[in-house]
Structure formats: C-alpha cells, structure tokens
Write a protein that binds this ligand. Structure first.
Ligand SMILES: Nc1ncnc2c1ncn2[C@@H]1O[C@H](COP(=O)(O)OP(=O)(O)O)[C@@H](O)[C@H]1O
Ligand SMILES: [Mg+2]
Length: 279
C-alpha cells in the first residue's frame, strides 16, 4: 500500500459512522443474546441497517438462536477466497449476522497483510451499517472486555439476583481498570415491571458511585415474559413470533433510547481497536 492509500485509510478510519453497541454481562444466561437480537429487529423496524456480530464462542449463540448456516470464515477472508460480505449471513429476516463460528475470535498470529485485510473489512462494515451490535460472552475472562473499547454503548445486562448483580459489578470494575471506560449503560432483565428494574439499578448505582469512578446510565428493564422461552424453543425471535408482548414493548423502548441519544463519537479508531484486540 502506498503512502496516499495509507493516509486515505486513516482519514476514513477517523470518521467511523456506525453506532456500536456492546452487550455484556458478568454472569452467563442473563439474556444478552435475546436482547441483542431483539434490539436489532426493533431497529430494523425503524429503518436502520443492523449487524449483529456474534462475539460469544459459547453454545447458545446467535447462529443457533436464529438457525443460520455458516459458509465462509475469516480464514477464507485472509486467504482472499472470500469477501467480508460472504462471511456475513445476510438478511435473516432483515438483520445481518456476523457468526461466531466464522472464527474471528480465534485469530492469533497475524501478518501485516492480514491486519490490513481485517481493518479494511471493519471499515467496510462501518459503512454498510447504521448500528453494529456485539453480543459477547459472559464474564471477565472473555474477550468481552476488549469489545467494550469499541462501543458507544457498553451495556451491562443483569438479572436482579444479588449474585448476578455482584458479577455485573465485578465486570464493570475490571473494564474500568483495564481500559478506563468510565461510562456504562445498564439493563435489568427478568423483572415484574420497569419500577422493579429501576430499584435494582438505583442500588447498583449507589455502590458504583461510592467505589468506582464510573458514570452509570439507566437504559431500561425487560420484563419476565414466558414468550421469550417459547420463542427460543422454536428457534424464533420473540420480536417476530410474539409482537406486542411485554418483553418486545420493553425492547422497543431500549432500542429507541439507544438511537435517540446523541453519541459523542470517541476518538476511537477501528484500527486502534483491532490492534489492541488482536495483539
Ligand atoms: N425477559 C425474559 N423473560 C423470560 N425468559 C428470559 C428472559 N430473558 C432471558 N430469558 C431466558 O433466559 C435464557 C437465556 O437467555 P440468553 O439471551 O441466551 O442469555 P445469555 O446470552 O446472556 O447467555 C433464554 O433462553 C430464555 O429462556
Ligand atoms: Mg448468549
């Protein structure tokens, strides 16, 4: 790549335009994947172009939930046998999916050329989508912390039980100390109503205010709703199978809060993120 090309790339990279949302949790099984996917459908309903990037190598990941088949992987991309568009599973009811099984998270040693190919792919994705949602694995030991660095909205979702809240707190603490991220968004899942969720949030915020230098923002809560499990069992998305149910109403609220907020795009270049991520 010549100098001019390099400069063009850097200029582009500075102007990333998609909104990046990372969904994480301290504890597993608290509702990350369902929230990520349903928010995506809600945003598509508002006319947004949305990618769900599955960054969870666990079992219950996005390809399983949505029953999609994966063809090409990042290996094909690096060997120039595939383009990024071939890895992304397009238009799963309107949402595009970057599958976990594509092997992105298993990348280890990368040449400069590999690195350029990946940066180009990310720049392309940035242009293709209005919103990119990373669905991460649970806990501190996973790549989740790294995905936090790219996010405009770093969302920590938890259930109200003290064990889950404690794990959420521990995750926040590590993300703050590792990457100095000092603004986080919270969703409380599986509550009776919004005010029950707000109570849990208020208590968490008190502790965070006292011991961590993090500004917590309330993004909303999600009702306990039997429609979620029903949908999961049928490999359906509750947003589509049970439109208008309580959970979907709450999802719509959270989605509009995300999109309605003016994002102050950080000086957070895609290339910086990738360098950090892949090193
Ligand atoms: N609001 C909810 N109401 C009822 N059940 C829920 C709700 N949120 C999650 N669940 C249940 O929890 C399970 C795990 O959710 P999932 O989104 O896969 O969690 P994670 O991605 O955090 O592991 C779902 O399969 C579903 O049965
Ligand atoms: Mg999950």
């Amino acid at each position: 790549m010549d100098q001019a090309q390099n400069l063009r790339k850097m200029a582009w990279d500075n102007k990333r335009s998609a909104v990046y949302v990372t969904v994480s949790s301290g504890k597993g099984g608290v509702g990350k994947t369902n929230m990520a996917v349903n928010i995506a459908y809600s945003l598509v309903g508002d006319g947004k172009k949305v990618l769900v990037f599955d960054a969870d190598l666990g079992l219950a990941n996005v390809d399983v939930l949505l029953n999609v088949t994966v063809n090409k992987t990042v290996k094909d991309l690096l060997e120039k046998k595939a383009k990024i568009e071939d890895i992304i599973v397009k238009n799963v009811g309107g949402v595009d999916i970057f599958p976990a099984s594509s092997g992105f998270l298993r990348l280890t040693t990368l040449s400069d050329e590999d690195y350029d190919i990946l940066t180009d792919a990310f720049i392309k994705m940035d242009k293709m989508y209005d919103v990119i949602i990373f669905d991460t694995g649970a806990g501190i030991s996973e790549n989740v912390i790294k995905f936090a660095t790219l996010a405009d909205f770093f969302i920590v979702i938890t259930q109200p039980e003290p064990t889950a809240v404690t794990d959420a707190y521990a995750l926040m603490k590590v993300v703050k100390s590792e990457y100095n991220i000092d603004k986080m968004f919270v969703v409380i899942n599986r509550v009776k109503d919004e005010s029950a969720g707000k109570k849990v949030f208020d208590n968490l915020q008190k502790v965070v205010d006292k011991f961590l230098q993090i500004k917590l923002e309330w993004l909303g809560s999600l009702r306990e709703d039997p429609a979620v499990l029903k949908a999961v069992r049928n490999q359906k998305v509750v947003f589509n199978s049970h439109p208008g149910c309580g959970y979907v109403k709450d999802i719509d609220k959270i989605a509009s809060r995300i999109i309605g907020r003016k994002v102050d795009v950080k000086n957070n270049k895609i290339s910086n993120f990738l360098k950090r991520f892949l090193s």
